[in-house]
Design a protein around this ligand. Structure first.
Ligand code: NAP
Length: 293
């Protein structure tokens, strides 16, 4: 657990508001948290409970705002030092995008700000190559204050275009996780660094090996942002502490699925995580607690 340091009362560095909540402002031990994580956690601990995306917007009532604030606090304080969490925004019928890959904008503005806040709370943001290819995302923190995470693209065959934003815009460091057997000596895609990981017989890169390789580079707190295939692989591998699903009130009726796991025969075999729900405007954010945190 990342726990146990008493803090002082601090001003909200994000909104300018003053809080009466105790936060930790001192730096953390790099030997314990890694050189990347230490300054990030030191920054986040004072900011986390206050950097609520809803502050000042008037879209959330006090209870919803408090619940969201507690969620961010918990993500900073209660997760293991090395951890992965994931988030997907989906329709009521469990789709994250149209069949052609259109996903703008499935969730509302509060959901979008939530996604940016999540990026700021983690050392690395991970997406699959289909998301990188179809969306050409920046994966930076723009809608809230906070540090950009390192961007990680899971791309077994190194097909990410060198011209893609994450490999060319210089906004943050980018790693491309690729199959060791397919790297063939390449060390870069544009500005991005290649990180080889062994693949299994099905061509799958073990998400646990990805988390370990990132932790070895000081990126201990990993946020998996999609798409459905990538999040499903992390979930199936049992390496997610928490899964967040933002459910938007629309029916797509077709399109790319949210989670897709190996078939089960009976409902009794389903995962039954501890859950809680929060309102994000018209959307509902469901927290699934999967790990031991
Ligand atoms: N609503 C949301 O929250 C949200 C979030 C993000 C993206 N999206 C949308 O989702 C769509 C893309 O999602 P998607 O599910 O189709 O694809 P994806 O998860 O973005 O990418 C899947 C691909 O990534 C590679 N990959 C991921 N994990 C891997 C692993 N452990 N081992 C080996 N390869 C791995 C594989 O590439 P290879 O095929 O090369 O093997 C796989 O086919 C886009 O339309 C995007 O707009 C929506």
């Amino acid at each position: 657990m990342c726990h146990g340091i008493r803090g002082s009362f601090v001003n909200d560095v994000v909104t300018g508001a003053t809080t009466t909540r105790p936060f930790v402002a001192q730096s953390l031990d790099p030997a314990r948290y890694g050189s990347q994580s230490a300054p990030r956690l030191a920054w986040l601990r004072p900011a986390a409970g206050l950097a609520c995306p809803a502050v000042g917007e008037g879209d959330l009532d006090d209870d919803d705002e408090r619940a969201l604030s507690e969620l961010y606090d918990s993500l900073v304080h209660d997760l293991p030092e090395t951890c992965a969490v994931a988030h997907l925004a989906q329709s009521l019928d469990g789709r994250i995008a149209t069949a052609r890959g259109g996903s703008k904008w499935l969730s509302g503005s509060l959901g979008l700000r939530h996604a940016h806040r999540m990026r700021a709370l983690f050392d690395a943001v991970v997406v699959g190559i289909e998301t990188a290819r179809l969306d050409d995302p920046e994966l930076t923190v723009r809608l809230v204050a906070g540090p950009n995470p390192v961007r990680v693209i899971v791309d077994p065959s190194l097909s990410l275009p060198a011209s893609s934003r994450v490999a060319s815009d210089g906004a943050a460091r980018t790693l491309v996780v690729a199959s060791a057997s397919r790297v063939r000596g390449r060390t870069r895609v544009g500005d991005a660094e290649v990180l080889p990981i062994p693949e299994d017989a099905r061509g799958i890169l073990d998400p646990r090996a990805i988390v370990t390789a990132l932790a070895e580079r000081g990126l201990r707190r990993v946020y998996v942002e999609g798409g459905g295939v990538t999040v499903s692989r992390f979930l199936e591998a049992g390496c997610l502490e928490r899964l967040y699903l933002t459910v938007a009130p629309l029916l797509l009726g077709s399109g790319r699925p949210s989670l897709a796991l190996p078939e089960i025969a009976e409902v009794s075999e389903a995962m039954r995580p501890r859950t809680r729900q929060l309102r994000l405007g018209e959307d509902t954010l469901v927290e699934c607690v999967l790990g031991g945190a």
